[in-house]
Design a protein around this ligand. Structure first.
Ligand code: SF4
Ligand code: SF4
Length: 199
């Protein structure tokens, strides 16, 4: 970028520049205000009113590599893929993965996680667990971001069943419907933070 060293006379007295800046700000204010009013009555909704995303009513389309909420992937027969090798828990810098390994009744399967929990309050969504997994048993491709729950700390700990269910939901509903359901739940929680039915 070429930097201008010298200001001309009009720039040096500032008044004109201040007036120009004020005019730009005021023009944007009026434009955005008008667009917001038009949007309210259903007109010109395709024209964004401001740079701000009116979350949760509007959303940015997340990139394909967005690291969303975790899921534990499943075998074709619906069993958990995880072999309880602890590599994800070892790689996790936040120490928020808890695994309890157990012997599987099928002699062909060496181990499986009897318990698998992620404390999402501690998780920093770095994705190291996904990178570390040698069997593609954990993914963060749900496109969902963490939810705001009512103040029940237990709901922040996602257990094995929740993480497996998310894989089934993703397969059954697809990413878009999963996201819409998630947003519906978030709006319900926003309206009734203490009474909303949170599964
Ligand atoms: S995303 Fe990072 S912090 Fe969260 S569970 Fe995985 S490794 Fe741990
Ligand atoms: S999710 Fe992957 S890395 Fe973690 S315990 Fe299971 S198999 Fe090992």
């Amino acid at each position: 970028m070429k930097r201008r060293e010298e200001m001309n006379f009009f720039e040096r007295i500032y008044v004109i520049e201040v007036a120009k800046g004020t005019l730009i700000t005021f023009t944007r204010l009026v434009r955005n205000l008008l667009l917001h009013v038009l949007h309210e009555v259903g007109i010109r909704r395709h024209v964004p009113a401001a740079a701000t995303i009116q979350y949760p009513d509007e959303r940015r389309v997340y990139p394909a590599r967005f690291r969303g909420r975790h899921r534990l992937t499943l075998k074709p027969n619906g069993d958990i893929k995880c072999t309880a090798c602890f590599l994800c828990a070892t790689a996790c810098p936040a120490r928020c993965i808890y695994i309890e390994a157990a012997e599987h009744e099928d002699p062909k399967v060496e181990k499986f996680p009897r318990r698998y929990e992620i404390d999402t309050l501690l998780c920093i969504y770095c994705g190291y667990c996904v990178e570390a997994c040698p069997v593609d048993a954990i993914r963060m491709d749900t496109g969902l971001h963490p939810e705001v729950y009512p103040p029940d700390p237990r709901l922040f700990i996602e257990d094995k069943e929740t993480l497996m269910m998310r894989s089934r939901q993703l397969e059954d509903l697809g990413p878009e419907q999963l996201f819409q359901d998630h947003m519906k739940k978030m709006k319900a929680i926003e309206k009734h933070p203490f009474t909303a039915d949170v599964p």
